[in-house]
Design a protein around this ligand. Structure first.
Ligand SMILES: *Cc1c(COP(=O)(O)O)cnc(C)c1O
Length: 450
């Protein structure tokens, strides 16, 4: 992150942007204004992409091929993918939809990696025809690839995903490297290592190994330990082959994000030093590298702004009913202990709201009791027409919309701040209209069940 967007600087910049969003009519406290808007900081995204690129470039032997492929699921928006492509990044995709988004953003096949655990034969055939890198998840997928590779020549680099079985982080649902994880070939299972070595010796077209063992809640040292296992296996396979059969290691993403303050930690530089500690040879130039970061590139650069529509008290607990809830903070609503978010209070004009802290619930608009962004949170007492800001929501929040109650996908506006403090917004995704919702809900097939 650039120095001017850290700490107090980030808060000052955000306050400027909130004020501008209200003044420019993107969202507001007045009854006539939009009740909800989502903002993405284009400058911040660019700074994170640059920090990622620099952290690895500083450590890698000069000339080592490296591809930083953004994990599209973290923010599947074409303007985001195009911005990152402009900053030199590629895309990691895991579904036909994500591949279509990467292609719509103009990301070339040579900078795209396909990783899903349940690829159909048709998906694999398309990826091989396009020359997109493919990481096979399991033995049966590798057998499908045998047939496809024999049937038609391909430019796709092909690898195998392993699960190092190095253990869980703090959030079970996001831990990909448990002993029983659904992802990859389980490296420590009996016979697995020997089978993997054989699989590579038998298939001259297999040239990569892949791992993605990090995520929110996983310590950097544990992620680095997985990468060390990956590197050791590659060395073993190359020794058995008698040459550098594996030429590229895809080390995945999974850098956690700090949701507690504006500090952007842990940094990419800190992760690279954990990797250098655990597996120094990773950087010596014998292997090309692919990374697949998602959350750490986008999370800190997203902000939700939502109006407080009503306030009430229930069982003596003050409650603010807002327009931001489970539709854009799904994990927070269903697993609040694992996914706490900050709530920043603003008044109807978009100025920071001061006042004595009062414990209150901040609720969303959906019709289920767990639709809460915060419970018993100490904040200046919110009033109708105030706005709440929910920072750190650039990845897996409003970009992973949940259609409960037919709540519309909100508009997403990108912004940049000029050196003189002007804020320029540009629409990155329009709000879903009621007509869109009807169309996607079978509106054209109304008689289908009569
Ligand atoms: C989700 C995912 C990523 C990105 O993970 P982040 O935690 O967002 O960095 C990368 N690779 C694979 C295979 C994934 O499934």
């Amino acid at each position: 992150m650039a120095a001017d967007t850290e700490g107090k600087g980030a808060a000052g910049r955000r306050d400027l942007v909130v004020r501008a969003a209200v003044e420019q009519g993107l969202v507001g406290g007045a009854d006539s204004a939009e009740p909800l808007a989502c903002l993405l900081d284009g400058d911040g995204i660019r700074a994170s992409a640059a920090a990622l690129t620099a952290a690895f470039a500083d450590a890698l032997a000069p000339g080592t091929p490296v591809l930083h492929a953004f994990a599209v699921k973290a923010a599947p928006l074409v303007p985001v993918l195009r911005l990152l492509a402009d900053a030199g990044l590629g895309c990691e995709v895991a579904s036909p939809g994500e591949l279509a988004l990467a292609r719509a953003a103009g990301v070339p096949a040579a900078r795209t990696v396909l990783d899903s655990p349940a690829k159909t034969t048709a998906e694999l055939r398309e990826a091989l025809a396009l020359g997109i890198a493919v990481n096979a998840d399991n033995r049966q997928e590798l057998e499908r690839l045998d047939a496809l590779v024999a049937a038609a020549p391909t430019a796709s680099p092909i690898g195998v995903r392993i699960n190092p079985q190095t253990g869980a982080g703090a959030i079970d649902a996001l831990s990909t490297a448990t002993s029983t994880s659904k992802f990859g070939v389980a490296l420590r299972d009996p016979g697995a290592r020997a089978w993997l070595v054989r699989a590579f010796l038998d298939r001259p077209w297999l040239t990569r190994l892949h791992i993605h063992s990090g995520s929110q809640g996983v310590p950097l040292e544990l992620i680095a330990q997985g990468v060390r296992e990956l590197h050791a296996l590659a060395e073993e396979i190359n020794a058995a082959a008698g040459r550098r059969r594996i030429d590229t290691l895809d080390i995945g993403g999974g850098l956690p994000v700090n949701f507690a303050s504006d500090e952007a930690t842990p940094t990419y530089a800190r992760y690279v030093s954990a990797l250098r500690e655990a597996v120094p040879a990773l950087f010596d130039g014998s292997y090309g590298l692919v990374t697949e970061f998602g959350r750490s590139l986008l999370a800190k650069h997203g902000l939700v702004l939502a109006r407080v529509e009503y306030t009430k008290s229930s069982g003596s607990r003050p409650i603010a009913l807002t327009h931001a809830g489970v539709q854009l903070a799904t994990r927070t609503a269903y697993a609040p202990a694992a996914w706490p978010v900050r709530i920043l209070p603003y008044d109807a004009k978009g100025a920071p709201k001061a006042g004595d802290p009062v414990a209150q619930d901040v609720a969303g608009p959906a019709c289920f009791a767990g639709d809460l962004l915060a419970t018993g949170r100490e904040l200046p007492l919110l009033a109708p027409g105030d706005l709440i800001g929910v920072p750190d929501t650039g990845a897996y929040f409003f970009t992973a919309h949940y259609g409960y109650n037919s709540l519309p996908r909100p508009a997403v506006h990108g912004f940049t701040v000029t050196p003189r403090g002007g804020v320029r917004f540009s629409l990155a995704r329009p709000a879903q209209s009621a007509a869109d919702i009807v169309a996607e809900a079978g509106g054209a097939f109304g008689d289908a069940l009569l």
